[in-house]
Structure formats: C-alpha cells, structure tokens
Design a protein around this ligand. Structure first.
Ligand code: NAP
Length: 414
C-alpha cells in the first residue's frame, strides 16, 4: 500500500495562490465568455469548434440526444491563453458525444511533468482555452446507454488523451470512453488510484506493448524456460526512481526480467527494494556509470528505458547489448541520435491507450497485478485543496525534489 502524507503549505505558496487567483479573477469571471464557440472537442479526431455556448446542453455527433440532467457548468482550471491559467467557476461541463462514454466526478488527480512542460513550452494545447491533466480517480456520475461495465457510483480511475478537452483532468467532471475506465482495486484510496493512469500505465504499456515483454497472464501454462532465460536478459531503467521507473522495475521483475536501474545515492534503496540492481550516478562520469552497468550485465541488456531524456539516451545506448537485438524506449524525449543497427527505438505513444480499444488489456492486467499485491505503489504526497492548488503542485514538481514520491491533488476542499 502506498504511504501517504499531506503536504504542508508554506506561506510562499499561499501568496502565489493569491496571485494566481487575482490573475484568474481579473481575466475571467464565468468561463463561458472564454469560448467564442462551444468548448472544443473530440478524442480521436482533430479538435473542432462546435455549437455556441447557448446550445451546449444537448449533443451529439451521432444524432443521439442525451438528457442534459447533469449540470451544464462546473469548476475547471483552464489554460486561458499562453502560459496563463484561470480557475473558472462556471466552465461548460463536458457533454456526451456517444453512448459508450462515461462521465466521472473527480476526487483526485495525478500531476505529471508533462502537465507543466506543455504549458511552459506551449505544446499539446490544441486551442485556448484548454483543460489539461492526464490521469484521475473518481466516482462514475453518469454512463452512456451502451456502457456495460460501469454504473453510477462506481469508484474508477482513468488515463486520458490530451486532444479531447472533455477528458482533461483538471476539472470537476471528466468524460472518457468506457474502455479507458478501470475499477479502483479494493482498499485503494482515490489518491493512490490517481497515480495509475500515467506512470503505471506507461510503464505497463512500454514493457508489454512496445518492448515485447510477455504479460504475466500470457505466460500462464507456458514452460518457464520459454519465457525468459532469466540469467541472460536485462532491462536497463535509467531513472529507476522516477515514478514511472518504479512501476517499470516491478512489472519487469514480475515478468521474469532482471533489472538494472540508475539512480542517485538518495533513492538507491528504493529501487533496490523494488527488485533492481542499482548503479548510482552521483559525481560520476558517464563512462564510469556505464562501466559499472556493464560489469553487472555484460552484453545482456536487451531492453532499455530512458526516463531522463535527450543526451542521456546516448548514455543508455552505450550500455545495451552490441550483439543481440535490443528494444529501446526513450520515454523522456530523444534528440536526433544515430543508433546501432541491432537497436530498435520505440516511440511510446500513450494516446494508443485511448485510440485503440483493445489496449484495455493493459490496464486490466495492471489492475490485476495491483489487486494481487504484486506491485507496490509509489509513496504519494497529497496536496489538499482541489483545483485551486494544482498550479502550486506543478511548481513543486518543476523544482524536481520529489525523491521518488508521486504528487496527487485531492479534490477535497481545505
Ligand atoms: N512518453 C510518455 O508517455 C511518458 C509517460 C510518463 C513519463 N514520461 C517522462 O518520463 C520522465 C519521468 O517521469 P516521472 O513522472 O516518472 O518522473 P518523476 O517521478 O517526476 O521523476 C523524478 C525523479 O527523477 C530522478 N532523476 C532526476 N534526474 C535524474 C537523472 N539525471 N538520472 C536519473 N534519475 C534522475 C530523481 O531521482 P534521483 O535523483 O534520486 O535518481 C527523481 O526522484 C519525464 O520526463 C516524463 O515526461 C513520459
């Protein structure tokens, strides 16, 4: 079970929040005024402007008219314009666009580096205003008529695609396709479940979908030696104490791989406890780190995940096998670097989870492993205060001193 503690808020953040509220209040009063057209749309297609704010209570793209008994507005933290947040009290609430969608009331939202990076560097924001946030946990509010697996009141978590503004998680109500919704495993809090949609699912899909690691359920009944030659194959996780790395180490170990992780001295014990052999990086030249990795694994690293990014992808590739086929996933971006012929570089696109219905097999397997106690969740730092504390949470994340903890915002008001 994850260990939880509530973050104490220094005065610095209180003043930043006041400032943010002032900015937001100055810019917008009700939220509807931000839209010239109906709030932009859909999951799998390019965002398109729709009807006017006056007729947003009925829908749809498939000629199905849904009863609009749900509130037509709700609270949302929007990116109002470049690098500018606004907390809106009367934002148009998301509407059903087909009968296989699920509306979830937000109880907790996970924060991720991509959330602040996309705002600071202005990418993955198809239009303004936009709602970001990629993972959340909550309670089903309403379901479309063809939703079979969920009903109002179910506790669920989900992972979303940024191109559908209705699925942005920094709002009270979130609309998602049913195959992206998973029940919260027994005894798990909303806050703990809110960390599964990005780090947990990315680690799972990277290994099972892109790096060709067999899922535990796929191995049932197969002779052990046909799965992995346990003494032969290594997974390298450079950035082993990142939240994503923690999930990746554990899933890989449970799937029969040996794992080498690169971390700092501070978080070495964490990665070791999850099952990795660890090489620390503090005050070491890259050659020294790579030398230590090779001393452990020799030429046996056939799979690698880089969670640090750009130039470090080259460092990761220095450590992989020179003679065998290697699958490499640069999760934190990769510049233009040439790679050896035996290396396949996989572009991990988490939108595949939303766009390919069959991808629910990965969330189901992840859920099962958690339910069975095979995966330990990261330590979770909870920031209480709902949408109004998300900006300060993102600033905390940006400072980069999380030491392997996952930051989650509880929608509970202080
Ligand atoms: N493509 C995708 O869909 C996807 C999905 C998830 C994450 N990502 C990316 O993966 C990266 C990690 O995300 P996350 O949320 O898991 O990160 P995170 O938990 O926020 O990462 C923080 C950790 O990074 C470690 N770290 C910092 N600098 C490092 C370095 N030079 N070498 C090794 N470790 C270092 C720190 O531990 P120590 O200093 O103690 O080692 C720290 O605890 C981000 O760049 C994120 O954008 C991509």
């Amino acid at each position: 079970m994850a260990s939880l503690f509530v973050c104490m808020k220094p005065a610095f953040w209180a003043s930043r929040r006041r400032q943010a509220r002032q900015n937001a209040d100055l810019k917008v009063l009700d939220g509807l005024s931000l839209y010239e057209n109906r709030p932009p749309t859909p999951a799998s297609t390019k965002p398109t402007p729709c009807a006017t704010t006056n007729d947003i209570s009925t829908v749809s793209s498939s000629n199905t008219v849904f009863e609009s008994e749900e509130a037509s507005t709700h609270r949302a933290l929007v990116i109002a314009s470049k690098r500018q947040y606004a907390l809106l009290e009367l934002h148009p609430s998301p509407k059903f666009e087909n009968d296989t969608e699920v509306m979830v009331r937000n109880h907790a939202v996970g924060l991720n580096p991509i959330d602040w990076k996309s705002v600071d560097y202005n990418f993955c924001l198809p239009a303004f205003p936009w709602v970001t946030g990629r993972e959340m946990a909550g309670v089903v509010e309403k379901v479309g008529s063809r939703v079979t697996e969920f009903k109002k009141g179910d506790r669920v978590w989900t992972s979303t695609y940024y191109r559908d503004v209705r699925a942005g998680c920094f709002q009270e109500l979130v609309m998602v396709p049913q195959h992206t919704v998973s029940p919260i495993p027994n005894n798990m809090t909303f806050e703990a479940a809110a960390c599964l949609g990005v780090a947990g699912l990315t680690a799972a899909m990277t290994l099972w979908k892109w790096l060709n690691v067999l899922m535990p359920s796929a191995c049932l009944g197969m002779p052990q030696q046909s799965l992995f030659d346990r003494d032969q194959e290594y997974l390298l996780v450079w950035g082993g104490s990142t939240v994503t790395g923690q999930f990746a180490i554990q899933i890989a170990v449970r799937c029969g791989l040996k794992v080498i992780a690169v971390t700092s001295e501070k978080t070495k014990g964490l990665a070791e406890a999850l099952g990795a052999e660890v090489v620390t990086r503090d005050s070491k030249a890259v050659n020294e780190i790579v030398g230590e990795i090779l001393a452990i694994a020799g030429d046996r690293i056939t799979k690698a995940i880089d969670l640090v990014g750009d130039k470090n992808t080259v460092n990761s590739l220095m450590a992989v096998s020179k003679s065998r086929q290697v699958d490499f996933a640069p999760l934190a971006m990769m510049g233009k670097h040439s790679v050896m012929e035996n290396v396949t570089v996989h572009t991990v696109e988490m939108k595949r989870f939303v766009l390919d219905e069959k991808s629910s097999v990965y969330s189901k397997e992840l859920n099962r492993m958690i339910q069975d106690g095979l995966i330990r969740l990261p330590e979770i730092q909870i920031l209480v205060g709902g949408l109004s504390v998300i900006e300060e949470g993102l600033e905390l994340l940006k400072r980069g001193d999380m030491n392997g903890r996952k930051l989650v915002v509880s929608m509970a008001e202080k």
